[in-house]
Design a protein around this ligand. Structure first.
Ligand code: TRP
Length: 336
């Protein structure tokens, strides 16, 4: 367990891609655990917005801005303390992109051919009888190298990510190894920290995920929240008929309620509480949980200059470390 690492502080780093509005699956799966981790004295946390990674799929300035602020305001609203951690925007750290190029030159092309995200697109093209390179830009192809640069530039020990990112961390470790072998021990070898998958169900009962379009926006308006909850798929059991406690409404309720509340809710479902009443109560409970954070979110959305400043300050702190690392890299390769 990472939570009680003895000895010197471990450096933890993770990136969040601004490709959509945060939903409650992101909150329980990533945001809340990361914020908890950032309160651990034994860990030194670097959390950043991976805006240049988002470029592989996002190519509209307004959307980019919108999602950037959505992420930044979300993390601040959820309790991230920018004084305790280093919180910044990837694009504010030019050293990342210099390192990206340097690392490209120790990375075998074959390693990139085997990256899951790239391979998935190729396979999809194959199935559709399309040119294998269709829709693939070099950003997608080089994605894992940029990610390695993000990680290695800060002498990262641990990278908390979801299972889908495991291969990327392995690649970063491989790249660090190739570099060290060629030029000497410059990079720390990072390790992935895979959190227990906190599976949150979506509106249709499958895992909540943007790709299934079954998400509930974390900081939508009360009205949007209500509408989302009304879309939760239920069976056709009538009021008075006992409900299956394995239903989505109950699963979601549990995430937001105290264990006592949850027990009581479950009992009433079994006794035949109607779906309408159950959803109403789910709304009240969820909204009660989210409302104080939503207020902060709205505050930051209305004070974007403050957010900009926090991010700039974070970038300043990050760049001090980045510059130091890059200097050692440049010495190792002979350009400094
Ligand atoms: N690829 C990650 C994702 O899609 C985001 C990311 C970019 C990242 N750089 C990183 C995660 C560095 C961890 C470390 O979720």
């Amino acid at each position: 367990m990472v939570v009680c690492v003895p000895g010197p502080r471990k450096r933890v780093l993770t990136g969040i891609k601004p490709t959509g509005y945060a939903h409650i699956g992101n909150y329980f799966g990533m945001i809340r655990p990361a914020i908890e981790m950032s309160k651990n004295q034994n860990l030194e946390c670097f959390y950043f917005i991976a805006d240049y990674h988002a470029l592989t799929t996002l190519n509209n300035a307004n959307e980019m801005k919108e999602y950037l602020y959505d992420i930044a305001c979300t993390w601040l609203a959820c309790g991230l303390d920018p004084d305790k951690i280093v919180f910044y925007k990837q694009s504010d750290i030019p050293e990342v992109f210099e390192l990206n190029w340097i690392l490209s030159n120790v990375t075998p092309k074959g390693l990139m051919n085997r990256a899951h995200a790239y391979k998935a697109v190729v396979e999809n093209n194959q199935q559709n009888g399309q040119d294998l390179d269709f829709g693939i830009n070099m950003g997608l192809y080089n994605y894992p190298i940029l990610m390695a640069a993000d990680i290695l530039l800060f002498n990262t020990n641990l990278v908390p990510v979801g299972l889908d990112q495991k291969q990327h961390i392995e690649i970063a470790r491989d790249i660090a190894h190739y570099f060290n072998k060629k030029y000497g021990e410059v990079f720390v070898l990072p390790e992935e920290y895979i959190k227990e998958e906190q599976l949150l169900v979506g509106l249709d009962g499958r895992k909540m995920s943007k790709s299934y379009q079954n998400t509930i926006k974390l900081f939508g308006t009360e009205d949007e929240l209500k509408k989302s909850i009304n879309r939760i798929v239920t069976d056709s059991r009538l009021p008075g008929e006992p409900k299956d406690v394995d239903c989505t409404v109950n699963k979601l309720y549990k995430m937001f309620a105290s264990s006592e509340q949850a027990k009581d809710f479950e009992k009433r479902l079994q006794l035949g509480m109607g779906w309408g009443d159950a959803k109403k109560e789910l709304f009240e409970t969820m909204n009660g949980y989210i409302a104080p954070m939503r207020e902060k979110f709205i505050y930051y959305q209305n004070h974007k200059q403050e957010v900009d400043e926090l991010l700039k300050n974070g970038a300043k702190k990050a760049r001090e470390i980045a510059k130091d690392c890059l200097k050692r890299v440049r010495e190792a390769i002979g350009t400094e």
